[in-house]
Design a protein around this ligand. Structure first.
Ligand code: SAM
Length: 279
């Protein structure tokens, strides 16, 4: 019988954020495939485990995949882990998982920490719709173009960013989205110096600049989506109309009248009215 490929989430800082099931799986598998074996051996040592390991990272994933599939076919069970959080989320593993599925092998997730979900869960920004963009391009021109292309996106935007670009990115966000766009920068989550910087983009950019520790941590960057425009509101500027209505009426009534006037769903308008009120 073929073995199972387990995709195991590991902590993003605090080592206690590892599920009991993840520990059980790491204990029982024949092999642990890790992005950086030296880094992950420390986690295994912390759990008192000595495992056979295989390095699987961006540079060798294509070459290694066939060998891993072979081991699975021969009955070995394998856990894929990355340096932190959930494998494949801005981390290696896509080629392996895709090939394993295409070859009819069993792939099963062992869920746990993921920086983008942790950040969204505590940021206080709308989470009904979000758009995860991973890392922005490293070259300044490409990064600014990528941000400009997202300026009208109505979903909450989520980015990963490395500490040495965080100040530039914060300033570029204030430029691309406007100084007043609400942003939340989640730094070093689950670690000793966990900090959430929240507020208008320009204010957050200035606070980061003033904080000598800002450039020392890992960040998830979140940007409130753009106000909905009038394209889906039957000629009305939906947000403007909602603002006028909620200034005079209870939210539920405002949403109902707004829906009649614009043709936008009552539920969507209710949610949006709550967001506007909250802001
Ligand atoms: N696979 C991981 C996950 O599930 O979140 C993400 C890996 S990606 C290579 C690393 C990036 O995730 C960091 O540059 C940072 O943007 C974000 N990140 C990871 N841990 C974090 C933490 N504790 N606090 C804030 N951001 C974190």
């Amino acid at each position: 019988m073929a073995g199972v490929l387990y995709i195991v989430a590991t902590p993003i800082g605090n080592l206690d954020d590892l599920s009991l099931r993840a520990v059980e799986v790491l204990k029982k598998v024949d092999l642990v495939a890790a992005e950086d074996t030296r880094h992950s051996r420390r986690l295994l040592q912390h759990l008192g485990l000595q495992k056979t390991m295989l390095a699987l990272h961006d540079h060798n994933e294509r070459d290694r995949t066939e060998g891993v599939l072979d081991l699975l076919r021969k009955g070995s069970s394998i856990a894929l882990i990355s340096d932190a959080g959930t494998p494949l989320i801005s981390d290696p593993g896509f080629v392996l998982v895709r090939e394993a599925r295409q070859h009819g092998l069993v792939v099963t997730p062992i869920p746990g920490a993921c920086a983008l979900v942790a950040a969204l869960s505590a940021a206080g920004l709308p989470t009904d719709r979000f758009r995860f963009e991973g890392f922005l391009p490293t070259k300044r021109g490409a990064r600014q173009a990528a941000l400009a292309a997202l300026a009208e996106e109505v979903a909450t935007l989520v980015f990963y960013e490395s500490p040495h670009r965080i100040l530039e990115t914060a300033e570029e966000i204030a430029q691309a989205f406007g100084p007043d766009r609400e942003v939340v920068f989640a730094r070093e989550m689950t670690k000793a110096f966990e900090t959430f910087y929240a507020g208008p983009a320009a204010v957050v950019a200035a606070s980061l600049k003033a904080d000598p520790y800002a450039v020392k941590g890992e960040f998830v960057v979140m940007v409130h989506g753009a106000d909905k425009r009038d394209d889906d509101g039957g000629g009305f500027e939906v947000d403007k109309l909602l603002r006028l209505l909620i200034a005079e009426l209870p939210v539920k009534k405002a949403a109902r009248i707004g829906a009649e006037l614009t043709g936008v769903s009552k539920n969507d308008l209710y949610q949006r009215a709550l967001e506007i009120k909250g802001a």
